[in-house]
Design a protein around this ligand. Structure first.
Ligand SMILES: Cc1ncc(C[n+]2csc(CCOP(=O)(O)OP(=O)(O)O)c2C)c(N)n1
Ligand SMILES: [Mg+2]
Length: 286
């Protein structure tokens, strides 16, 4: 269990990630805001508490790896990386601009701290499995974390990986499903219903847990437990909201990619001010 102080630190970190993500997308004027916001708490736990990383040496061989297979969530990942010191915070304002190191989708050849290039949905599970096998061959005690979207797991490639990983006892692979129930243009249940995601992975031989994806303590606990699994990969199904933590985005039906009108720009500014106040309050909490 996390101590109270550790939890407050994670709350601060998550609030900062959310704040910086909003600033990035507001500055650009458009972006994949819904799916970036729904993984903020997960990123806070991974980068803030769980992953073995070294911002001064992003390619450190002994690090844990993160494959954000839903690569359109790049802005949230960049916010977390900048806050951890992989590159200056000011770089966030170059998001998706010409010659930027921060493209809309994650690119390992451009950005310090990005372990895998992603964006073509479904492929991340294959690369994550390759990395996990590599760690095993090299006898490295590193974990591979893999974040996929619920819409993304409509992809057939996911299920090939879902079959392979338990067959090869990849207990160094931890899959996190951002189950925000929506994909590009609608609800996943209407487009291609997944049924009960946890049961599907369990039937393929994964160790499965289900948590509230907005609850930092629960996410931490679940990952902590998953790391102890022996002989099988772990899948953690995160119950999230597309646009999580920003009321107007949560309440926008088509919130996958928003091009900001004046109204949205103003609402984002209000959300930024609210989060800034929240952060100030959290700074004072012991
Ligand atoms: C192979 C592939 N097909 C289609 C797309 C276009 N696309 C980008 S995001 C997206 C929806 C993804 O939904 P989900 O995985 O649920 O992401 P989230 O809700 O977290 O944004 C689609 C279809 C893509 N990037 N890759
Ligand atoms: Mg989704």
């Amino acid at each position: 269990m996390l101590k109270r102080q550790e939890l407050v630190e994670l709350q601060r970190f998550a609030t900062q990630i959310r704040l910086e993500t909003l600033k990035e997308i507001k500055n650009l004027g458009f972006g994949h805001i819904g799916g970036a916001l729904s993984i903020v708490e997960t990123l806070a736990v991974l980068y803030g508490k769980v992953m073995k990383i070294n911002p001064l040496n992003p390619d450190w061989e002994e690090r844990d790896w993160l494959v954000v297979s839903k690569g359109h969530a790049g802005p949230a990942v960049y916010a977390a990386l900048a806050l951890k010191g992989f590159f200056p915070l000011e770089d966030l304002m170059t998001l998706n601009q010409p010659r930027t190191k921060l493209p809309s989708h994650c690119d390992r050849n451009l950005t310090a701290g990005i372990d895998m290039t992603t964006g073509s949905l479904g492929q991340g599970i294959s690369t994550a499995i390759g990395i996990a096998l590599g760690h095993r061959l090299d006898r490295r005690e590193s974990f591979v974390y893999l974040i996929v979207g619920d819409g993304e797991i409509n992809e057939g490639q996911i299920w090939e990986g879902a079959l392979f990983a338990p067959n090869h006892q990849l207990d160094n692979l931890i899959l996190l499903v951002d189950n925000n129930k929506k994909q590009l243009d609608g609800y996943t249940k209407d487009i291609n219903d997944l049924g009960v995601i946890s049961e599907k992975f369990r039937s393929f031989g994964w160790d499965v847990d289900e948590v509230d994806g907005s609850n930092l303590g629960e996410i931490y606990q679940s990952i902590h437990r998953a790391r102890k699994n022996k002989g099988k990969p772990s899948a953690i199904i995160l119950d999230t909201i597309k646009g999580q933590g920003v009321k107007f985005v949560e309440e926008t039906l088509a919130n996958h990619h928003i091009k900001f009108s004046e109204t949205e720009d103003e609402l984002t500014q209000q959300a930024i001010e609210k989060l800034t106040n929240k952060l100030e309050k959290l700074q004072g909490v012991k």
